[in-house]
Design a protein around this ligand. Structure first.
Ligand code: HEC
Ligand code: HEC
Length: 259
């Protein structure tokens, strides 16, 4: 009740609601056309007859989830599948903002982060280095299980995959952390503070600047392809040598018999 009273009487939020009412109305229109088919007329979610989700409820997912899903082109989903793939964006920025405002009006959820939350501008070189080091530690503990130590992605159960996360825009990294799309856990600000999120962004940025130290990268996928390559090449050479020796021995024996 206290929260409700505060929201009702707090002048700041009253102003905000007035100015965004139009945006919410525009967002609702877009939503009815492009999203309600799967997410329901009021974003309540739709279940198919066999109990699967056509689209989950969007109440409380927040503006950040919409900005991420629509901004990376995952939504609107065109066909059901194991995972919504990243594709070119369908809506322009003001339409994404309107959709986000509408979904945010359905229930409280994480807001779209400000640029100052994720931008690395204004950091000195030393601060940046320190951020990269801290971010690397956070990344190694929390992300490598799914995204691999180089951020090149990996397979997930039931036909899904954790995508490659190199070259993803800082804002979408922040929002992915905040909202935990699909099988990804969410790292709320209580879990991973905004500063720590920025450290992770700094680390991921640094991976792109890292020189490659020669040799074959094999996609940076770790021990599996490396082991496979060692097997194929190593065992392949052994088999080749064995065949060569065998072929040679038979030929020379044959020659002897002929003689
Ligand atoms: C063809 C059906 C379909 C359409 C159309 C569709 N969605 Fe979705 N949406 C889904 C499914 C299925 C999921 C959950 C699977 C996933 O996240 O990959 C989802 C997930 C989401 C999420 C993430 C929810 C969360 O818990 O974080 C958001 C936000 C979202 N949709 C917004 C939209 C918006 C906005 C539109 C319209 C522009 C839209 N969707 C159109 C099927 C659809
Ligand atoms: C349990 C596995 C799992 C863990 C742990 C995980 N992720 Fe993810 N992540 C995923 C999956 C699955 C997706 C794809 C979601 C989708 O497409 O709807 C994803 C998507 C992302 C994206 C969006 C990429 C894009 O193409 O837009 C980013 C960025 C990301 N993760 C970063 C991270 C970071 C940073 C961490 C660690 C703090 C992390 N993830 C931990 C599974 C995981």
């Amino acid at each position: 009740m206290t929260g409700g009273l505060y929201a009702a009487f707090s002048p700041a939020s009253a102003d905000e609601t007035a100015s965004s009412a139009e945006q919410v109305a525009k967002g609702r229109e877009l939503f009815l056309v492009s999203c309600s088919f799967c997410h329901g007329q009021n974003g309540e979610g739709i279940k198919t007859q066999n109990g699967n989700q056509l689209g989950p409820s969007l109440v409380g997912v927040g503006a950040a989830a919409v900005d991420f899903q629509v901004g990376t082109g995952r939504m609107p989903l065109t066909q059901p599948g194991a995972q919504a793939p990243r594709k070119p964006e369908v809506f322009d920025d003001s339409e994404v903002a309107a959709l986000a405002a509408y979904v945010a009006s359905l229930g409280p959820g994480p807001a779209v982060p400000e640029e100052s939350d994720y931008s690395l501008e204004g950091m000195s070189d030393e601060e940046r280095q320190a951020a990269i080091t801290r971010g690397g530690q956070i990344f190694l503990t929390n992300c490598t299980a799914c995204h691999n130590f180089e951020g090149s992605g990996g397979a997930m159960p039931r036909g899904g995959h954790a995508p490659k996360i190199r070259g993803v825009e800082p804002k979408y990294i922040y929002e992915a952390l905040l909202t935990g799309p699909q099988n990804m856990p969410n790292f709320s600000n209580g879990n991973l503070s905004p500063d720590e999120k920025r450290d992770v962004i700094a680390y991921l940025g640094s991976l792109d600047e890292m020189p490659s130290y020669g040799g074959f990268g094999l996609g940076g996928l770790g021990p599996v392809p490396e082991g496979l390559a060692a097997w194929l090449v190593g065992i392949g050479l052994c088999v080749g040598a064995a065949v060569w020796i065998a072929a040679h021995t038979t030929r020379s024996t044959k020659k002897k018999v002929d003689a």
